[in-house]
Design a protein around this ligand. Structure first.
Ligand code: LRH
Ligand code: MN
Length: 395
């Protein structure tokens, strides 16, 4: 890296933050996934949550930055969650966010927590409360709630009544949370509902979380916005309000494509990480859950997760190299081009040598993708995992 003193301290600071960075992996990324057109099954895919954790541990082994795994219930249902948490610990990782699922049961055709029928809402609520029981067993602090609830045609249901139903269920779940637990409400503009989604945007999620209290915060899934949405503005606003609970990182060219984060729009990911680095909330003690939410439909899944973690590390490193003094000076002076240039200098910095140096200092291989490929793990799981039911979305 360049030898000027300032930049040297900036580089050292960046390496310190990057060394502590942790990206939570989605257990479902290791299972088979696809689109409504086809799920292309891959060989060696895990058959149960224990094998999913083993694959996630590979990502952590080669990146040093993926120390926890989010679970999705019932996709990761087991008889003994304590045993699953112990298995994670044996692998050097931990179980993170617990995701509810009220979008795959036949009873939920017209919604779950917003369904017109109180019996269906009760059933959905019981599932959410069961997820908190699972958090107690795994030691997880975060319950992530995404609802597929919505309507497809104008008049199908009362928009306002559905909000009342949602608020009632959220209040009951909120009351069940332990002191160290919180709920993260995730919004999505459309799909699988196409006229209204009951939590379509950050404003709706924020309004509900504000009413609930301090243990309720908003999750930004980077694939859940209208094309062209300035996501870093939402980041800055929710940070300012103390209501940014976390991210579901992925990227997309068109809709909720769930592609590898940073693969479709690395500059957007950089702009998002810049807002977070400016406020020093990139680290694990920031209270912000940095999670991936992706599907590797056609690419190998473990390398896909390794590449994704590296993409977040690269965007974070660039954001941490922004000369913030020069930036504030240019902004204060109204120097439009100067301020933009400060940011673009950081974005156009090749941070791969810095990250390779950091990995070497951490005793990791400088090239995680090559190290994993050379490990033979991919061939081993293909050979070992014969028979049984490959994990998937079960949709
Ligand atoms: C919905 C979503 C949500 C999950 C699911 C796996 O699109 O982003 O976070 O529960 O994907
Ligand atoms: Mn998501």
């Amino acid at each position: 890296m360049s030898d000027s003193v300032e930049s040297q301290s900036t580089v050292e600071n960046a390496k310190g933050v990057l060394a502590a960075q942790t990206i939570e992996l989605p257990s479902w990324a290791f299972g088979n996934s696809g689109t409504r057109f086809k799920v292309f099954a891959q060989h060696g895919v895990p058959r149960d949550p224990f094998e999913k954790l083993a694959d996630a541990a590979q990502v952590n082994q080669y990146t040093g930055a993926a120390g926890s795994v989010a679970l999705h219930i019932p996709w990761d249902k087991v008889d003994d969650y304590g045993a699953l948490a112990a298995h994670a610990a044996d692998l050097g990782i931990q179980i993170g966010t617990i995701n509810s699922n009220t979008f795959q049961d036949d009873d939920y055709m017209l919604g779950s927590v917003c369904h017109p029928d109180p019996a269906v809402r009760r059933k959905a609520t019981e599932h959410l409360l069961e997820c908190v029981d699972i958090m107690d067993a795994t030691g997880s602090t975060d319950l992530k709630l995404w609802f597929a609830d919505g309507t497809n045609y104008p008049g199908q249901d009362s928009i306002a009544d559905r909000q009342d139903r949602l608020a009632d269920v959220l209040a009951e779940v909120y009351a069940r949370l332990g002191d160290h637990q919180r709920l993260l409400l995730e919004y999505k503009l459309f799909e699988p509902s196409f006229y209204t989604m009951d939590v379509p945007d950050w404003g709706t999620a924020y309004a509900h979380c504000l009413k609930l209290g301090p243990k309720a915060q908003v999750v930004i899934d980077t694939g859940h916005h209208a094309p062209g949405t300035n996501i870093e503005f939402i980041v800055a606003m929710l940070l300012r309000e103390g209501k940014l609970g976390g991210f579901d990182f992925n990227s997309r060219f068109y809709a909720d494509d769930d592609l590898m984060v940073g693969s479709a729009d690395p500059f957007q990911l950089f702009r998002i990480m810049h807002e977070l680095a400016l406020r020093g909330v990139v680290g694990p003690d920031s209270g912000i859950a940095y999670m991936l939410d992706q599907c590797h439909n056609i690419e190998p899944k473990i390398p896909g997760q390794i590449r994704s973690v590296m993409n977040v590390q690269e965007a974070t490193a660039k954001a941490l190299l922004v000369d913030t003094d020069a930036l504030s000076a240019a902004q204060a002076a109204g120097d439009v081009l100067g301020a933009n240039a400060v940011l673009m200098d950081a974005y156009n910095t090749d941070v791969r040598p810095l990250l390779a140096e950091l990995r070497a200092e951490q005793g990791l291989d400088a090239d995680p993708m090559a190290a994993y490929a050379a490990s033979g793990y991919a061939e081993k799981i293909k050979a070992d995992r014969q028979g049984g039911q490959a994990a998937g979305w079960g949709a």
